[in-house]
Design a binder for this molecule. Structure first.
Ligand SMILES: O=C[C@H](O)COP(=O)(O)O
Length: 260
């Protein structure tokens, strides 16, 4: 059984005090969620203080991006090697990085390798724009993004990936994909990995949905067999809302564990 993962991407939000308080409130309400993995992905400066604050809880941390390089004269960059003592995950290929900061498939692939090289798990984001969706290109786009990032990886590396399907048009818009749309794309993603790496790897791979996930719609996505969790943006900034999403994941996992 794949353990559901609920990750909160705080993007470039929160002051230092707000970050500590948000993490404290999440820890108090869903810090020991046995059936689901909870990951907070704050801005870089809050990673170290939050790792101290969360010490002893089951919540882990992630970074929102990283450099493709491990160290050197790269002003402003933060490497996977630097965050590795504090984080378990790093997001790579988020559409905001691709669109606003010019990250190409090649850059995403280099970052993904930096994450793996440093013993962390990449959360690889893929997804189509509205134009691409309307022209029927969703499958091609998602497969191209995955192939560019993953095709020459070894099985052991693929086993450490998490894939987040995030349709660009659903991010921050309040207009999520339907669970049927997300199910279809998640099934394409799993099939892509099955064809190249076998069913052992593809069945173990966790696929998240991201894009306007809220407490009100999380259970719909989590009910989909191929969807193993959520990458949550806006709703992760509200402890109550975020923990309700975690609770939906816990309930689903509990039902599966009990054979329901
Ligand atoms: O990384 C998170 C996604 O971009 C989703 O953001 P959102 O939940 O605010 O739509």
């Amino acid at each position: 059984m794949r353990r559901p993962l609920i990750a909160g991407n705080w993007k470039m939000h929160t002051t230092y005090e707000q970050a500590l308080e948000l993490a404290r409130a999440i820890q108090a309400r869903c810090g020991m969620a046995e059936y689901a993995e909870v990951v907070l992905i704050p801005p870089f400066p809050w990673i170290v203080p939050l790792s101290r604050q969360l010490n002893g809880s089951s919540i882990s941390l992630g970074a929102q991006t990283c450099s493709a390089f491990d160290e050197g004269a790269y002003t402003g960059e933060v490497s996977a090697k630097m965050v590795a003592p504090f984080c378990r995950y790093v997001i790579v290929g988020h559409s905001e990085r691709r669109r606003l900061f010019g990250e190409t498939d090649a850059v995403v692939a280099a970052k993904l390798r930096a994450v793996l090289r440093n013993g962390l798990q990449p959360i690889l984001c893929v997804g189509e724009t509205l134009e691409e969706r309307e022209s029927g290109a969703t499958r091609d786009i998602v497969e191209r993004q995955i192939a560019a990032a993953c095709s020459d990886l070894e099985s052991g590396q693929v086993a450490r990936l998490v894939i987040a399907y995030e349709p660009v048009w659903a991010i921050g818009t309040g207009r999520p994909a339907t669970s049927a749309d997300a199910e279809l794309v998640a099934s394409w993603i799993r099939a892509w990995f099955r064809e190249r790496f076998g069913s052992g790897i593809s069945e173990g791979l966790r696929i998240l949905y991201g894009g306007s996930v809220t407490a009100a719609n999380a259970a719909d996505f989590l009910a989909v067999g191929d969807i193993d969790g959520a990458l949550v943006g806006g709703a992760s900034l509200d402890a109550r809302e975020f923990c309700s999403i975690v609770e939906a994941a816990v309930e689903r996992a509990q039902r599966i564990a009990e054979g329901g």
